[in-house]
Design a protein around this ligand. Structure first.
Ligand SMILES: Nc1ncnc2c1ncn2[C@@H]1O[C@H](COP(=O)(O)OP(=O)(O)OP(=O)(O)O)[C@@H](O)[C@H]1O
Ligand SMILES: [Mg+2]
Length: 398
């Protein structure tokens, strides 16, 4: 079996696995940078600068999942990947929550392993070395069963699929239709571009919410939201620099969402194009997940993998809605073919239209910029699932 070249970075890769044959196979798959160890003993003291930690299947048997949680909580410069024999929801979630950045099923394929190493390496570069996640404490009313806003997360396992375009336009339409507050949260923490797409110059970002987590309440959170004047949509922007992304963990994100849903009618959430603990937490917390797929084979392949992962995590399939973007493209791929491959019926078809990039470049959502376009109409139709249309006069509020 050939070994794949890993990224050019000189970051060491520490492989921890009790079974000698599994250990040597993993280090062969990872190439020259791999340092194979039988256990985690002494690892933290031996490697004082950033490193990647590949935890073999024997580590997934340890109570608390990996035995590395303490070390991962102390050191944000360790990028951990867990390979688990039994990729159950419980293992997956506990691993993510204990600071592991990716979980792969055993036996792992070389390409998949090195792809995870590359992704985790990239996130290590953008993390601050001491940016440890603080303890969770916000004053969120627990399990308040009174009227709660609906949380709609827009997700895709493919970059550039159209998540942010969809999230901004849906947020704007819901804000125009709704009497109550509608919030849009940019949970693409490293490269979020909601503020740019809405031409906002935010005073505050989600980092401020997490920075003052102990005193986070409705009033304080409201004061952090930027207003998109044309629609009244309230926006919680992503950090201004990717390095701050690590300060926001899944528990903080979900606490913010739970607080938002206490005073918002709808909370729309935009996400990055991969699973991490923040995204998993959001999917769990959401009432609806709009899974966006573009109309090409790499898109469909990645979305299929995304769907499989969601099934594996026992995500209720009735809250997942498949949205096919650029669905009219003459790309020799039929909607029915895509639906058959994904084994899911599309809930909405959004056409491809040049007015989209034009509106993105203007910082004006297409539903405002070109309301008569076919894409604006299809976005309005998508919003019908969540909120009834109102007549023009009723839109005037605030
Ligand atoms: N239906 C469409 N028709 C034409 N262009 C589109 C359409 N949807 C999205 N685009 C274009 O594709 C680009 C990528 O869209 P968008 O930023 O929403 O994707 P994303 O999934 O959020 O990407 P990322 O994973 O990088 O966050 C946008 O700049 C937009 O111009
Ligand atoms: Mg985006």
């Amino acid at each position: 079996m050939s070994t794949f070249p890993t990224s050019d970075s000189s970051t060491p890769i520490v492989v921890v696995e009790a079974d000698p044959s599994v250990r040597s196979r993993l280090s062969m798959q990872l190439g020259e940078r791999a340092i194979a160890l039988e256990s985690l003993d002494g690892v933290e003291d031996r490697f004082t600068s950033p490193f990647l930690l590949v935890l073999g299947p024997s580590c997934a048997l340890v109570p608390g999942v990996t035995g590395a949680e303490g070390m991962l909580a102390r050191r944000s410069d360790i990028g951990a990947i867990l390979i688990a024999e039994n990729l159950s929801t419980e293992v997956f979630q506990r691993a993510m929550r204990s600071g592991v950045r990716d979980v792969l099923g055993a036996p792992v394929d070389t390409g998949q392993l090195n792809e995870a190493v590359r992704r985790v390496s990239a996130s290590l570069v953008t993390s601050s070395p001491n940016g440890s996640v603080g303890s969770v404490a916000a004053t969120v009313p627990e399990d308040d069963t009174s009227e709660q806003g609906r949380v709609i997360t827009v997700f895709s396992t493919k970059g550039g699929a159209g998540k942010s375009v969809l999230a901004t336009n849906l947020g704007v339409i819901l804000a125009q239709r709704s009497e109550g507050t509608v919030a849009l949260v940019d949970a693409d923490l490293q490269f979020g571009d909601i503020a740019v797409m809405l031409k906002l110059a935010p005073q505050h970002t989600i980092v401020d919410a997490v920075g003052s987590f102990d005193r986070l309440d409705v009033g304080f959170l409201e004061s952090l939201l930027a207003t998109h004047q044309p629609s009244g949509l309230k926006v919680l922007p992503a950090p201004l620099e990717p390095a701050f992304a690590d300060q926001i963990g899944a528990e903080q994100m979900n606490a913010i969402i739970r607080l938002l849903r206490t005073f918002c009618t709808y909370v729309v959430v935009d996400t990055p194009a991969y699973f991490n603990d923040v995204v998993l937490g959001l999917i769990e917390e959401s009432d609806d997940v709009l899974l966006v797929a573009g109309m090409d084979i790499p898109n469909i392949k990645n979305v299929k993998i995304g769907l499989q992962t969601l099934r594996l995590l026992n995500t209720p399939m009735n809250k997942i809605h498949l949205i096919l973007n650029r669905a009219n493209s003459k790309v020799k791929l039929e909607v029915s073919e895509v639906e058959r491959t994904l084994q899911v019926k599309a809930d909405a078809l959004i056409p491809s239209d040049i007015v989209v990039p034009q509106s993105v470049n203007k910082g004006t959502p297409v539903v405002i910029d070109a309301p008569r376009s076919s894409i604006a109409k299809s976005l309005e139709q998508l919003a019908d699932r969540f909120a009834p249309r109102v007549d023009a006069k009723a839109k005037k509020k605030r």
